[in-house]
Structures are given as C-alpha cells and as structure tokens.
Write a protein that binds this ligand. Sequence first.
Ligand code: WTA
Length: 655
Amino acid sequence: MSDHKIESILTEDRLFPPSDDFRQHANIKSRADYDKLRTEAEQDHEGFWAKLAHTEISWSKDFTKTLDESKAPHYSWFTDGELNVSYNCIDRHLEKNGDKIAIIFEGEKGDTRNITFKELHKEVCLFANALKAKGIKKGDRIVIYMPMTPEAVIAMQGCARIGAIHSVVFGGFSAESLKDRIEDATCKAVITADGGTRGGKVIKLKAACDEALAKGCASIETVFVFKRAGNNVAMKDGRDAWVHDLTAGLSEECEPEWVNAEHPLFLLYTSGSTGKPKGIQHSSAGYLINCIMTMKWVFDIKEDDIFWCTADVGWITGHSYVAYGPLANGTTTVIYEGAPTVPDAGRFWDLVERHKISIFYTAPTAIRALMRLGEDFPNRHDLSSLRLLGTVGEPINPEAWIWYNKVIGKEKCPIVDTWWQTETGAHIISPVPGAIDTKPGSCTLPLPGIAVDVVDEAGESITEPDRGGYLVISKPWPSMLRTIWGDEQRYVDTYWGKFNNRLYVAGDSCRRDKDGYFWIMGRIDDVLNVSGHRLGTMEVESALVAHERVVESAVVGRPDDIKGEAIFAFVVIKGERPTGADADALVADLRKWVTKEIGAIAKPDDIRFTDNLPKTRSGKIMRRLLRSIARGEEITQDISTLENEEIVKQLQGKF
Ligand code: WTA
C-alpha cells in the first residue's frame, strides 16, 4: 500500500482548513461570511440573485422581473432584460483591460500564442461577420466540431455575438454522433477545422464532418473550416468555405445582437438513460450570472490570476470554465491542445511552470493517471505559482486527493471539489476555498443561493447523518437548464416527474455527514461515468446491437482505478457463441464498431459473449446481477426469479 493510500485512510474525516495566507486574501474570507451570504439568499432568493445580476452583468436593457414561475417546472429569469453574452465576455473589458491577455494558447508541439482582449474582440467580430455573410441569423443552430484551440472559443463567442445558438460536439465523437446531433437540432451550419492534434496524431475533423453530411444532415447549408493541422481536406463547392478566405476584407467590428435574457445561448448534448442523448438548452443571462459568480466564489478569481481548466470545450466544463466564465470575469485563461503525456507525463506541470498558472482545474481521472506515473514528473517543475486546485466530473478518491494536495499543491493550495452537471450550468456544491474547510472526497457544501437537499423516496428531507438519498435542488437557480431541445416532455419527466414537479432530481445519490457535508455516492440511473464523461449504458447497447452479428447486449459499469468506471458489455450474437480466436477477433471488431458509432470514449473495456442475458420471468434484464458479475463479486443476491439460472456461470466466464 502506498503512503498516500495509508494516509488517506487515516485522514478521511480530517478537516483541511485553508492557510491563513489564502484566507486573508480570499474573496470570501470566513465561514461567517459564507453563512451570511447563504442566509441572505435563503431569506430572499429572488432578491439575492437580482442584486448580483444587476451589478455583475452589463445589460443593454436592465430587467425588472427576476423570476417567472408561472410555467413551472419551466422557469425563466430576468425575463425582460436584454444583453449580449459576447459583449459581457469581451467588449466590456476593452477600455480598462484591452491589452490584457485573454487567452494563452499552447499546442502539443509547443507552439504558443497570446491573445489579448482587443485581439479576441477583433477575431470574434471578424468571425461573426463571416457567419452573417453566410446568412446565419439569430436563433439559428450551429454545430461546432473543433479541436481545442482558441478558434473553438472564437466560434462560440462569434455565435453568441449574433444570437446564433451553438451546439458544440466534442471532437472525439464520431461522424455518426455528429450527424445525430446535427439532425436533432436541425443545424444550419457546421464550424470545424481541417484537423486537430493529440498524442502526435492528426484528428481529421473535416473528414468526419464530410462523412456525417454524406449520411444526411439536410439542414446544413455551410461548413466553416478553420485551418489548424494543415492536413489535406476536400472542400465542397458552394458548401464549404475556409474561414480565412471568408473573413478577408470583412469589418473588424460587429455590433452585438442584443437578445432577451432567456434567449438560448447554447445546446449541449449529454447522455441520459435512453439511447438518445439529450440536447440540454441553456439561457443567456441566467447561465452567465452563475458562471460569473462561481468564478468569484469557488475559484476566488483575482485580476492577476492565470486560470487553467483542462476540459475540452466539447463538455459543459469547457463551456462554463474555458469559453464563458473566465472571459466574463476578464480573466486570463489557458488553452492547451494535446495530450497530458506528450512529450512526457510532466506536460501539465511544465505548462503550469512556464505560464505561471495560479488556478488549476482538472478531472480526478487525470489526477489518478498522472499519480500512477510518479512524483518525479511534477517534482521536476516549479509549481510555486499555484494557489488553488480544483476537480470536477466524478467523486475523487481520498488517495488521489491527498496526492494532489501534497505533490501538486505542496499542502498550501485549497482543493475545490466541485459538484455540478451539464444541466446545472455551473457549480452547485463546492467548497468556497477561503471559508470552508475541506474533507478529501467530499464536495462539502452548497453555494450561496443554491437550495440543495437530500431526500427519501417520499421527497422528505433526510436529516440524519450518513443516510443516502436522492440529491435534489429545491428552488430554481439562474443557470438551470431551460428544457431539452425538442422534447419538453422528456425534460419534465426526467428532472421533475419523480417528486411532483417540486424538486429537480439530479440523478445522483448522496449522503450528508454529521457536519452537513455532501458526499456524492454515484448515479441512480443507467448512466456511466467513464473518465469523468457521462455515457448512457443504452447508448452503448444500441451501438452494439447495430452490429450485424449482435442480437442483444447489456452494458454495465465496473470500477476502474484510473477511469473511475470502465465499460463491461455482455453480448449475445447470432448463432454459436464464439470462442478462441473467433471471439478475440469479434471483440476487436466490436470495439472498433462502437468507436465508429459513438466515439472512442464509449469503447467497451470488456466484452463477454453469452448465450443469453439474465432475465426475470417478466423479461427484465437483471442489471444488478450483471454489475456484480462485472465487478467479479460473489453472487449473494437472490437469483431465484431468474428465468435461466444456469446462465450465471457463463456470464461469470466460467465456461
Ligand atoms: C458526476 C460535469 C462527484 C455526477 C460537470 C454528475 C461528480 C455528473 C462531481 C455530471 C463531483 C460531477 N463529485 N460526482 N465533484 N462532478 N459529477 O453533466 O454524477 O458531464 O451527475 O457534468 O458527473 O456530469 P456532466
């Protein structure tokens, strides 16, 4: 057992207070200040958010109505206000901070680029004018399928500037997934690049777009192509255009389109418990205010911070803490395109040292992967610029937390373990670092103005310590999702149905300890969390059964040291159950197939062939049994309701 592991067991319930130095300079300096804010919000929920929105957002028309609950569980915020999110992220900083660096970019090969707010303004305006020149208008949906470069942010900001609604699709998703998302939102254009770089390889994004468009996507009129990797691409006449050609000669000014507070800023698809991802729809002003406030409360942001969130813009974390939150606060933000292990496992720490990063935010899976490669890599770098660390995406195991604290933070940087979701838009439960003592593995306490509860099956609050229940949010909050694109009913059913439209059900189980600290226990639905990324078991199952040799499949998660959860697929194929070389070949083929259908993140780690799936007499697949088998556990549960009891040995791989 490693020292960190031993210590993590000993310290699981120990409190880690911030250093005096951190506390003194923090935006919120004490538990008393935090309590005061929370009480203020509890006493006047609307007034609390109204005050912040009035002062922190630059409105073209200020709002008079804060919260409209008349169509609950559809809520709207700041309903008669008007603003532009891109103006808030860029223009309003120009006078005082035009020459401040907005984005520090570094490519995998080491190429770097600094972009000031003034330059960002120019690039965004040029691109917005290119969108307009191609007939893109307010309300049009635009798909963004980009490598992790400043142009991804420019594309998002460009859309926001003219009121177009972007839908970013992670560059690791396949052509098939891209097509589904384009069609679901009837997108009018694609913004992509020739290619991106990761692990020394070129990811051919434009080629994947071409493949998606060849299969359908009739609504697409234009493909905007940024030049990045320099790989050869096919350009279709009349449809595809290089951005540098389009912007040549266009104006470097583009008046922002002032939109209503509720105007959709973006859609972002995420996995649910069916085979079809959900297009989560976010608003403009409500989303923005929570991004701004969480930067201040959770990341304790200051004028001279250099902030690095390692998430790709394809995920909500990249939206809120790369593309919008930092810029709206006038913060310098770092973007890195590439793998964390190129040229070696010290790359993150090398970036921290060279760019003097002060706040570093990443996923537990990355921490665990780098932890495994040893302390030498971080120890070779000067990490003294760091003052705050964060994690997101999945529970962090105490061992990794202790390592992060010691080896990266040198025991002087608080760690903010932030719980939130695509649907919540911004942090919901997280330490406020100058005020809340942390505990390894706990996301601690809800943020001010956010009403979180843990309830039982009847929707009653659970007050006794350590009893698990449903994690719910009991009052609307500004950055909450507004709906699921094109599926109002699914929005209501998924998030509100369980407790009579009264509580937002997050889909996670949770307990509170004796200090009221929240501990996330995992999902309660069929959603996996693989390397911090959400994936529906049904999505993987649908991909598998689309293969010509597969009849049926059941996918479950099993714990994995690095990824958090790994994907285990039980598969029934046509004809004889394969064995030996045939089985190996089919496993390889199925893994390739799923990569093509969804993307590499959905590739099953284990595939086991079986003659049948374990079903009850009513035909329901016993997933709990499959989960135990995937974990290699003894079968202790009652399998007498199983229609085909003898299948268990086969599922266990025993014959
Ligand atoms: C999980 C990512 C424990 C959780 C921002 C949630 C976490 C899902 C944490 C949302 C955390 C996220 N501790 N679990 N700090 N953060 N999760 O939509 O299950 O990609 O419901 O948003 O990730 O994933 P999503």
